[in-house]
Write a protein of this length. Structure first.
Length: 146
């Protein structure tokens, strides 16, 4: 029995090491994906997200509505007709970076990429002031919205 003891200990250690080596790539990929959804920390530019207090309703004509109900008042509703605003909001809702998709949006609306970037930046500031979008972990709390 004594001759099997070191062999068993060695096999246990080898199995543990093999398990770590096999699962490490999957663990690293899942951590990278969760970090990328929150935004790039190296750039300090966080990917915006739709405020969780708002619900998105998409209509057949291409327009969308963002609505939320408040505890003390009537609900808030913002309706956007098909256009650049809707495209930017849909990119935000899908957690896609806006800067990577500017050329596609500019072609769709027949405008230059620099004009599209300027309008998108202006819209982002407007959406942020209306509390429709949030960056990173600064999502709206449930205290003001129900």
């Amino acid at each position: 029995m004594d001759s099997n003891c070191p062999r068993r200990a060695f096999l246990r250690k080898a199995a543990g090491l093999a398990a770590v080596l096999v699962t490490a790539p999957f663990l690293v990929n899942s951590i990278e994906q969760s970090d990328s959804s929150k935004g790039s920390l190296s750039d300090r530019l966080l990917t915006p997200g739709i405020n969780p207090a708002f619900r998105i309703y998409c209509f057949r004509d291409g327009s969308i509505e963002l609505s939320a109900s408040r505890k003390s008042e009537a609900g808030i509703s913002h309706i956007y007709n098909p256009g650049l605003e809707v495209d930017v909001l849909l990119l935000i809702a899908l957690n896609k970076p806006i800067n990577d998709n500017l050329s596609e949006i500019a072609k769709r609306h027949s405008i230059s990429e620099s004009t599209c970037k300027g309008r998108a930046d202006k819209m982002m500031n407007e959406f942020k002031s209306k509390e429709l979008i949030c960056f990173g972990d600064s999502m709206e709390t449930e205290t003001s919205y129900a």
